[in-house]
Design a protein around this ligand. Sequence first.
Ligand code: P6P
Length: 339
Amino acid sequence: MSKRISLTQYLIEQQRGEAQIPSQLRLLIEVVARACKSIAISVNKGALGEVLGTAGSENVQGEVQKKLDIIANEVLIEANEWGGHLAAMASEEMEGIYLVPNRYPQGEYLLLFDPLDGSSNIDVNVSIGTIFSVLKKPEGSGVSEQDFLQAGAKQVAAGYCVYGPQTTLVLTVGDGVAMFTFDREQGSFVLTQENVRIPEDTKEFAINMSNMRHWDAPIKRYVDECLAGTTGPRGKDFNMRWIASMVADVHRILTRGGIFMYPWDQREPGKPGKLRLMYEANPMGWIVEQAGGAASNGHQRILDIQPSQLYERVSVILGSKNEVERINAYHAASAQQQR
Ligand code: P6P
Protein backbone atom coordinates (compact mmCIF):
# COMPACT_ATOMS: atom_id res chain seq x y z
CA MET A 1 0.00 0.00 0.00
CA SER A 2 1.43 3.41 -0.94
CA LYS A 3 2.23 5.76 1.96
CA ARG A 4 -0.92 7.54 3.13
CA ILE A 5 -0.75 11.33 3.39
CA SER A 6 -2.17 13.59 6.08
CA LEU A 7 -4.79 16.31 5.60
CA THR A 8 -2.01 18.88 5.99
CA GLN A 9 0.07 17.40 3.17
CA TYR A 10 -3.04 17.07 0.98
CA LEU A 11 -3.93 20.73 1.51
CA ILE A 12 -0.38 21.91 0.83
CA GLU A 13 -0.41 19.95 -2.42
CA GLN A 14 -3.82 21.47 -3.26
CA GLN A 15 -2.34 24.89 -2.50
CA ARG A 16 0.47 24.26 -4.98
CA GLY A 17 -1.64 22.34 -7.48
CA GLU A 18 -4.77 22.82 -9.57
CA ALA A 19 -7.03 24.07 -6.81
CA GLN A 20 -4.57 26.85 -5.94
CA ILE A 21 -6.19 27.29 -2.54
CA PRO A 22 -4.81 30.36 -0.73
CA SER A 23 -2.82 29.77 2.47
CA GLN A 24 -5.51 31.47 4.59
CA LEU A 25 -8.12 29.03 3.26
CA ARG A 26 -5.77 26.11 3.92
CA LEU A 27 -5.35 27.36 7.50
CA LEU A 28 -9.14 27.72 7.89
CA ILE A 29 -9.75 24.13 6.80
CA GLU A 30 -7.04 22.81 9.10
CA VAL A 31 -8.51 24.72 12.06
CA VAL A 32 -12.01 23.38 11.33
CA ALA A 33 -10.58 19.86 11.06
CA ARG A 34 -8.84 20.27 14.42
CA ALA A 35 -12.13 21.43 15.94
CA CYS A 36 -13.86 18.35 14.52
CA LYS A 37 -11.27 16.15 16.28
CA SER A 38 -12.18 17.82 19.59
CA ILE A 39 -15.89 17.38 18.88
CA ALA A 40 -15.30 13.71 18.01
CA ILE A 41 -13.62 13.14 21.38
CA SER A 42 -16.56 14.73 23.22
CA VAL A 43 -19.11 12.79 21.15
CA ASN A 44 -17.29 9.51 21.74
CA LYS A 45 -17.31 9.99 25.52
CA GLY A 46 -21.11 9.73 25.56
CA ALA A 47 -22.48 9.10 29.03
CA LEU A 48 -18.95 8.96 30.45
CA GLY A 49 -18.41 12.61 29.60
CA GLU A 50 -21.70 13.91 31.02
CA VAL A 51 -22.42 15.26 27.51
CA LEU A 52 -25.68 13.48 26.71
CA GLY A 53 -29.17 14.84 27.11
CA THR A 54 -30.63 18.28 26.60
CA ALA A 55 -29.11 21.58 27.64
CA GLY A 56 -32.45 22.95 28.86
CA SER A 57 -32.42 25.66 26.16
CA GLU A 58 -33.69 26.24 22.63
CA ASN A 59 -31.73 27.51 19.64
CA VAL A 60 -32.81 30.36 17.40
CA GLN A 61 -34.82 27.85 15.39
CA GLY A 62 -36.91 27.01 18.47
CA GLU A 63 -35.34 23.52 18.57
CA VAL A 64 -34.35 21.96 21.91
CA GLN A 65 -30.56 22.11 22.21
CA LYS A 66 -28.61 19.04 23.24
CA LYS A 67 -25.57 19.56 25.48
CA LEU A 68 -23.35 18.42 22.60
CA ASP A 69 -24.92 20.98 20.24
CA ILE A 70 -23.64 23.73 22.52
CA ILE A 71 -20.27 22.06 23.14
CA ALA A 72 -19.68 21.60 19.40
CA ASN A 73 -20.69 25.18 18.69
CA GLU A 74 -18.32 26.54 21.34
CA VAL A 75 -15.46 24.37 20.07
CA LEU A 76 -15.86 25.73 16.53
CA ILE A 77 -16.15 29.36 17.67
CA GLU A 78 -13.13 29.17 20.01
CA ALA A 79 -10.99 27.32 17.43
CA ASN A 80 -11.69 29.77 14.62
CA GLU A 81 -12.03 33.23 16.14
CA TRP A 82 -8.31 34.01 16.80
CA GLY A 83 -6.61 32.71 13.64
CA GLY A 84 -6.97 35.81 11.47
CA HIS A 85 -8.54 33.90 8.60
CA LEU A 86 -12.19 34.79 9.33
CA ALA A 87 -14.29 37.94 9.39
CA ALA A 88 -17.37 36.28 10.90
CA MET A 89 -19.20 33.03 11.49
CA ALA A 90 -22.82 31.84 11.42
CA SER A 91 -24.19 28.75 13.13
CA GLU A 92 -27.42 26.80 13.45
CA GLU A 93 -27.01 27.23 17.21
CA MET A 94 -26.56 31.02 17.29
CA GLU A 95 -28.88 33.91 16.48
CA GLY A 96 -27.38 36.18 13.85
CA ILE A 97 -23.74 36.30 12.80
CA TYR A 98 -20.76 36.08 15.16
CA LEU A 99 -18.20 38.81 14.42
CA VAL A 100 -14.56 37.96 15.10
CA PRO A 101 -13.71 40.03 18.21
CA ASN A 102 -11.68 43.18 17.55
CA ARG A 103 -8.83 41.83 19.69
CA TYR A 104 -8.11 39.35 16.90
CA PRO A 105 -7.01 40.05 13.30
CA GLN A 106 -9.86 40.02 10.75
CA GLY A 107 -9.68 37.67 7.77
CA GLU A 108 -11.36 37.47 4.39
CA TYR A 109 -13.53 34.38 4.87
CA LEU A 110 -16.98 33.68 6.26
CA LEU A 111 -17.60 30.32 7.96
CA LEU A 112 -21.06 28.81 8.32
CA PHE A 113 -21.76 25.58 10.14
CA ASP A 114 -24.22 23.21 11.71
CA PRO A 115 -22.01 22.19 14.60
CA LEU A 116 -23.76 18.90 15.27
CA ASP A 117 -26.34 17.83 12.73
CA GLY A 118 -28.62 14.94 13.58
CA SER A 119 -28.49 15.63 17.29
CA SER A 120 -31.74 13.70 17.85
CA ASN A 121 -29.49 10.66 17.28
CA ILE A 122 -26.89 11.53 19.94
CA ASP A 123 -28.52 9.75 22.88
CA VAL A 124 -29.19 6.61 20.83
CA ASN A 125 -25.59 6.30 19.60
CA VAL A 126 -26.33 6.79 15.90
CA SER A 127 -23.90 8.66 13.60
CA ILE A 128 -24.06 12.46 13.69
CA GLY A 129 -21.85 15.13 12.16
CA THR A 130 -20.55 18.64 11.68
CA ILE A 131 -21.32 20.42 8.39
CA PHE A 132 -19.42 23.53 7.26
CA SER A 133 -19.41 25.96 4.36
CA VAL A 134 -16.88 28.68 3.49
CA LEU A 135 -17.60 31.88 1.56
CA LYS A 136 -15.40 34.86 0.77
CA LYS A 137 -16.33 38.09 2.43
CA PRO A 138 -17.35 40.67 -0.19
CA GLU A 139 -14.95 43.61 -0.61
CA GLY A 140 -15.49 46.53 1.69
CA SER A 141 -15.05 47.39 5.33
CA GLY A 142 -16.91 45.62 8.06
CA VAL A 143 -19.14 42.58 7.75
CA SER A 144 -22.88 42.11 8.03
CA GLU A 145 -25.43 39.34 7.71
CA GLN A 146 -26.04 40.54 4.16
CA ASP A 147 -22.46 39.49 3.27
CA PHE A 148 -23.39 35.88 4.05
CA LEU A 149 -26.36 35.86 1.66
CA GLN A 150 -24.47 34.40 -1.32
CA ALA A 151 -25.62 31.54 -3.55
CA GLY A 152 -24.06 28.15 -2.83
CA ALA A 153 -22.18 28.37 -6.13
CA LYS A 154 -19.99 31.02 -4.44
CA GLN A 155 -18.61 28.59 -1.83
CA VAL A 156 -14.81 28.23 -1.80
CA ALA A 157 -14.74 25.18 0.48
CA ALA A 158 -17.33 22.82 1.98
CA GLY A 159 -17.19 19.72 4.08
CA TYR A 160 -18.53 17.61 6.87
CA CYS A 161 -17.18 15.35 9.57
CA VAL A 162 -19.23 12.24 10.35
CA TYR A 163 -18.85 10.86 13.88
CA GLY A 164 -19.65 7.20 13.27
CA PRO A 165 -17.81 3.87 13.41
CA GLN A 166 -15.01 5.93 11.88
CA THR A 167 -14.57 9.67 12.27
CA THR A 168 -14.31 10.81 8.65
CA LEU A 169 -13.77 14.30 7.25
CA VAL A 170 -15.13 14.85 3.73
CA LEU A 171 -13.94 17.93 1.87
CA THR A 172 -14.13 19.80 -1.42
CA VAL A 173 -12.33 22.97 -2.47
CA GLY A 174 -13.74 22.72 -5.98
CA ASP A 175 -11.36 20.09 -7.33
CA GLY A 176 -13.32 16.91 -6.52
CA VAL A 177 -14.12 15.29 -3.16
CA ALA A 178 -11.61 13.74 -0.75
CA MET A 179 -12.18 11.68 2.41
CA PHE A 180 -9.89 11.63 5.46
CA THR A 181 -10.17 9.10 8.28
CA PHE A 182 -9.18 10.18 11.80
CA ASP A 183 -6.20 8.10 12.96
CA ARG A 184 -6.51 8.29 16.73
CA GLU A 185 -3.06 6.83 17.29
CA GLN A 186 -1.45 9.56 15.18
CA GLY A 187 -4.04 12.17 16.18
CA SER A 188 -4.43 13.26 12.54
CA PHE A 189 -6.80 12.97 9.59
CA VAL A 190 -5.32 10.67 6.92
CA LEU A 191 -6.34 10.68 3.25
CA THR A 192 -8.28 7.46 2.62
CA GLN A 193 -10.12 8.31 -0.62
CA GLU A 194 -9.97 11.02 -3.28
CA ASN A 195 -11.87 11.72 -6.51
CA VAL A 196 -15.01 10.30 -4.88
CA ARG A 197 -17.68 9.51 -7.51
CA ILE A 198 -21.41 8.93 -6.98
CA PRO A 199 -22.90 6.35 -9.42
CA GLU A 200 -25.39 8.12 -11.71
CA ASP A 201 -28.02 5.40 -11.10
CA THR A 202 -29.12 3.74 -7.89
CA LYS A 203 -31.50 1.26 -6.29
CA GLU A 204 -31.59 2.97 -2.90
CA PHE A 205 -33.70 5.93 -1.78
CA ALA A 206 -33.73 7.85 1.51
CA ILE A 207 -36.79 9.70 2.77
CA ASN A 208 -38.82 9.80 5.98
CA MET A 209 -41.72 7.57 4.84
CA SER A 210 -43.91 8.61 7.80
CA ASN A 211 -44.53 11.89 5.97
CA MET A 212 -45.91 10.20 2.82
CA ARG A 213 -49.46 11.54 3.18
CA HIS A 214 -48.06 15.09 3.26
CA TRP A 215 -45.88 14.89 0.13
CA ASP A 216 -46.43 16.77 -3.10
CA ALA A 217 -47.46 14.70 -6.15
CA PRO A 218 -44.02 14.46 -7.87
CA ILE A 219 -42.35 13.00 -4.75
CA LYS A 220 -45.29 10.64 -4.17
CA ARG A 221 -45.02 9.49 -7.80
CA TYR A 222 -41.27 8.91 -7.55
CA VAL A 223 -41.46 6.92 -4.29
CA ASP A 224 -44.51 4.91 -5.43
CA GLU A 225 -42.57 3.88 -8.55
CA CYS A 226 -39.59 2.82 -6.40
CA LEU A 227 -41.94 0.76 -4.18
CA ALA A 228 -43.57 -0.88 -7.22
CA GLY A 229 -40.22 -2.57 -7.90
CA THR A 230 -39.64 -4.92 -10.82
CA THR A 231 -43.36 -5.02 -11.73
CA GLY A 232 -43.58 -1.22 -11.84
CA PRO A 233 -42.37 1.45 -14.30
CA ARG A 234 -38.81 1.36 -12.93
CA GLY A 235 -38.48 -2.37 -13.64
CA LYS A 236 -36.19 -2.90 -10.66
CA ASP A 237 -36.51 -3.31 -6.90
CA PHE A 238 -35.35 -0.50 -4.60
CA ASN A 239 -34.00 -0.49 -1.05
CA MET A 240 -34.85 2.24 1.48
CA ARG A 241 -32.67 3.82 4.15
CA TRP A 242 -33.42 6.73 6.52
CA ILE A 243 -30.90 7.44 9.30
CA ALA A 244 -32.46 10.84 10.15
CA SER A 245 -28.94 12.26 10.21
CA MET A 246 -28.23 14.09 6.96
CA VAL A 247 -24.48 13.67 7.34
CA ALA A 248 -24.80 9.88 7.64
CA ASP A 249 -27.31 9.60 4.78
CA VAL A 250 -25.17 11.78 2.49
CA HIS A 251 -22.02 9.84 3.42
CA ARG A 252 -23.72 6.59 2.38
CA ILE A 253 -24.71 8.18 -0.94
CA LEU A 254 -21.15 9.40 -1.55
CA THR A 255 -19.92 5.90 -0.76
CA ARG A 256 -22.38 3.75 -2.77
CA GLY A 257 -24.88 6.04 -4.53
CA GLY A 258 -28.52 6.73 -3.73
CA ILE A 259 -31.03 9.56 -3.56
CA PHE A 260 -31.79 11.65 -0.45
CA MET A 261 -35.05 13.57 -0.24
CA TYR A 262 -36.30 16.00 2.36
CA PRO A 263 -38.98 17.72 0.25
CA TRP A 264 -41.49 20.43 0.97
CA ASP A 265 -44.62 18.90 2.48
CA GLN A 266 -48.07 20.01 3.62
CA ARG A 267 -47.32 19.86 7.36
CA GLU A 268 -45.96 23.43 7.27
CA PRO A 269 -46.90 24.66 3.77
CA GLY A 270 -45.44 28.11 4.44
CA LYS A 271 -41.95 26.60 4.80
CA PRO A 272 -40.10 25.53 1.62
CA GLY A 273 -38.64 22.55 3.50
CA LYS A 274 -37.06 21.49 6.81
CA LEU A 275 -33.35 21.67 5.98
CA ARG A 276 -31.31 24.87 5.98
CA LEU A 277 -29.97 26.27 2.75
CA MET A 278 -26.84 28.04 3.96
CA TYR A 279 -25.18 25.41 6.16
CA GLU A 280 -26.82 22.11 5.21
CA ALA A 281 -28.09 22.10 1.61
CA ASN A 282 -25.37 24.32 0.10
CA PRO A 283 -22.31 22.50 1.49
CA MET A 284 -23.83 19.05 0.94
CA GLY A 285 -25.08 20.08 -2.50
CA TRP A 286 -21.63 21.25 -3.61
CA ILE A 287 -19.95 18.11 -2.26
CA VAL A 288 -22.47 15.90 -4.08
CA GLU A 289 -22.02 17.85 -7.33
CA GLN A 290 -18.24 17.69 -7.02
CA ALA A 291 -18.63 13.89 -6.78
CA GLY A 292 -20.67 13.75 -10.01
CA GLY A 293 -24.10 13.84 -8.38
CA ALA A 294 -26.81 16.51 -8.46
CA ALA A 295 -28.65 18.62 -5.87
CA SER A 296 -31.96 20.33 -6.50
CA ASN A 297 -35.06 21.64 -4.73
CA GLY A 298 -37.16 19.91 -7.38
CA HIS A 299 -37.27 23.02 -9.54
CA GLN A 300 -33.74 24.43 -9.63
CA ARG A 301 -30.14 23.66 -8.70
CA ILE A 302 -29.64 24.17 -4.96
CA LEU A 303 -26.40 26.08 -5.58
CA ASP A 304 -28.18 28.63 -7.80
CA ILE A 305 -30.67 29.66 -5.09
CA GLN A 306 -30.10 33.26 -4.02
CA PRO A 307 -30.70 33.30 -0.24
CA SER A 308 -32.87 36.03 1.23
CA GLN A 309 -32.16 35.24 4.89
CA LEU A 310 -29.53 33.39 6.92
CA TYR A 311 -31.72 30.57 8.25
CA GLU A 312 -33.65 30.04 5.04
CA ARG A 313 -35.03 26.54 4.63
CA VAL A 314 -35.16 24.59 1.38
CA SER A 315 -36.53 21.39 -0.13
CA VAL A 316 -33.59 19.03 -0.75
CA ILE A 317 -33.27 16.29 -3.37
CA LEU A 318 -29.67 15.16 -3.87
CA GLY A 319 -27.56 12.18 -4.91
CA SER A 320 -27.32 9.99 -8.03
CA LYS A 321 -27.64 12.35 -10.96
CA ASN A 322 -30.17 10.41 -13.06
CA GLU A 323 -32.53 10.03 -10.09
CA VAL A 324 -32.41 13.76 -9.24
CA GLU A 325 -33.08 14.60 -12.87
CA ARG A 326 -36.03 12.18 -12.92
CA ILE A 327 -37.58 13.89 -9.88
CA ASN A 328 -36.96 17.32 -11.44
CA ALA A 329 -38.77 16.09 -14.57
CA TYR A 330 -41.72 14.91 -12.45
CA HIS A 331 -41.92 18.37 -10.85
CA ALA A 332 -41.83 20.03 -14.28
CA ALA A 333 -44.56 17.71 -15.60
CA SER A 334 -46.70 18.42 -12.53
CA ALA A 335 -46.27 22.18 -12.95
CA GLN A 336 -47.18 21.87 -16.64
CA GLN A 337 -50.38 20.00 -15.75
CA GLN A 338 -51.34 22.74 -13.29
CA ARG A 339 -51.03 25.50 -15.91
P1 P6P B 1 -36.83 13.87 10.53
C1 P6P B 1 -31.57 16.19 11.75
O1 P6P B 1 -32.40 16.78 12.74
C2 P6P B 1 -31.99 16.77 10.39
O2 P6P B 1 -31.81 18.14 10.38
C3 P6P B 1 -31.19 16.10 9.28
O3 P6P B 1 -29.90 15.75 9.67
C4 P6P B 1 -32.03 14.88 8.96
O4 P6P B 1 -31.88 14.45 7.61
C5 P6P B 1 -33.45 15.36 9.23
O5 P6P B 1 -33.35 16.46 10.14
C6 P6P B 1 -34.31 14.28 9.85
O6 P6P B 1 -35.61 14.82 9.97
O7 P6P B 1 -38.05 14.74 10.30
O8 P6P B 1 -36.82 12.63 9.70
O9 P6P B 1 -36.50 13.61 11.97
